[in-house]
Design a protein around this ligand. Structure first.
Ligand SMILES: [Zn+2]
Ligand SMILES: [Zn+2]
Length: 432
């Protein structure tokens, strides 16, 4: 059995993992690189149109897999491995963002939660196609070649995140996906560790996002809620929150803060769109949307299937700012021109875009808008990843025979807690 990493090597995000046995392969995640990790291509420099995606394969930005892409790779450019299916751990763009390159005939496995997020991205044009051949994997075990793959729900800052347990001819391989231990569903992550440990796995492929971030503190959602309320206790104007639309838990935290403050919770329709989608399997999403103090702000006539009385007009929003918390994502920040936040308003960054460390240009644009409208900026956030100490604790607890770090800038750090850490080089298949 061989394993290779084709993305996520010494970088956060862009995960692409291949497992192969007897000529048949399975792939886990197929993510985009964050802008700060881009090497040869970005929004300006793309592959040559006449070459399609082959330029990306040529330079190692995409893996040389056969039976994988919309346009088949030539034999001399590809590995002699038949790819039987692609499994997504969750629907963040650094795990799912390159899905439109994939062949229609390739089976794509994901949870209901990931599918809902993907549908949102497609609607917004963030993902440029609606991929076909998607199979919902909740509660299932899938057999492909010598592999038996089972998803396991864990906590992360997007609904429907899973780890995968893979039975292979050599033993059990577990892939954590992205994992969190301080969220509202951290019980799932703790159970995952206990269960994984009990199975004495051969290999653990673990994320390590926060290694090297120089901090171990993660605020819990109730702590963040109190911080939002603290801002609102001093700033009596409009409180504007910027949350990632797919971060259901954080939307819930702002909703709870608004409710406890006796304020209206007004959400831009992008948030209403994700709440509608998540409401099909997460009751909390429907509860937030249907709550008597929740209203939707749609600058233009909305196509969403929401009763008319749930919408606020621009005039209502503008005239009642002292009684409102508004969720407004970055892409709609020009709405400030009409809203004209009153004196004493404040802006809370809470995990929405732009992510400051990986998107400095947009962070500057955001700061300019806030300065123009005299909005003080508060960062009230906790990342959806295990802290450095938590992830090292997890690796020690599960104690696999072999530990393979991915999605981290410092894979060697795991040697502190494990005697057999192997650091894979990008694009190299290793026999296990
Ligand atoms: Zn990630
Ligand atoms: Zn993630």
């Amino acid at each position: 059995m061989r394993i290779g990493f084709f993305g996520g090597v010494r970088e956060i995000g862009g995960n692409i993992i291949l497992m192969e046995s007897n000529g048949v392969g399975i792939v886990f995640d197929f993510g985009r690189r964050f802008p700060t990790s881009q090497v040869f291509f970005n929004d300006t420099i793309k592959g040559r149109p006449e070459k399609g995606f082959e330029d990306y394969v040529e330079l190692g930005e995409l893996p040389p897999f056969r039976g994988f892409y919309k346009n088949e790779l030539s034999e001399e450019k590809s590995l002699p491995i038949e790819i039987g299916g692609l499994f997504f751990s969750h629907a963040h763009l650094d795990h799912i963002g390159q899905i439109c390159y994939l062949s229609d005939s390739l089976k794509k496995y994901m949870t209901k939660g990931s599918f809902a997020t993907l549908s949102y991205f497609v609607e917004k044009g963030i993902v440029e196609c609606m991929p076909s051949n998607i199979e919902i994997v909740d509660g299932k075990t899938v057999q492909i070649g010598d592999f038996k793959i089972t998803p396991y729900f864990i906590d992360h800052d997007v609904p429907g995140a899973v780890a995968y347990f893979v039975e292979t001819p050599k033993g059990l391989v577990i892939y954590t996906g992205d994992i969190y231990f301080k969220g509202v569903k951290s019980e799932l992550s703790n159970k995952f560790v206990e269960y994984a440990k009990s199975l004495r796995p051969y290999i653990l492929i673990t994320e390590g996002t926060r290694i090297g971030w120089n901090g171990i503190v993660s605020n819990t959602e109730p702590e963040l809620k109190e911080q939002i309320k603290e801002v609102a206790s001093v700033f009596k104007g409009l409180i504007i929150g910027n949350v990632y639309e797919i971060h259901l838990t954080r939307i819930q935290t702002f909703f709870n803060a608004a409710s406890e403050l006796g304020k209206k919770f007004i959400i831009h329709e992008d948030y209403a769109s994700t709440l509608l989608k998540y409401g099909e399997f997460e009751t909390i999403a429907s509860e937030i949307l249907n709550a008597p103090n929740t209203f939707v702000y749609a600058p233009f006539e909305s196509k969403l299937n929401i009763p008319k009385e749930k919408f606020v007009t621009k005039d209502e929003l503008v005239s009642n700012q002292v009684n409102e918390i508004l969720l407004l994502n970055f892409s709609h920040i020009p709405e400030l021109i009409d809203i004209k936040p009153i004196e004493g308003s404040a802006y809370i960054m809470s995990g929405g875009e732009p992510l400051s460390s990986v998107d400095p240009l947009n962070t500057k644009i955001l700061e300019n808008w806030l300065s123009k409208f005299n909005l003080p900026l508060f960062r009230i956030h906790s990342p959806g990843h295990a802290s450095e100490t938590e992830i090292l604790w997890m690796a020690k607890e599960i104690n696999p025979e072999i530990l393979l770090p991915i999605h981290t800038q410092i894979p060697e750090r795991f040697k502190v807690v494990h005697a057999n850490v192997q650091v894979l080089e990008k694009g190299i298949l290793t026999e296990f």
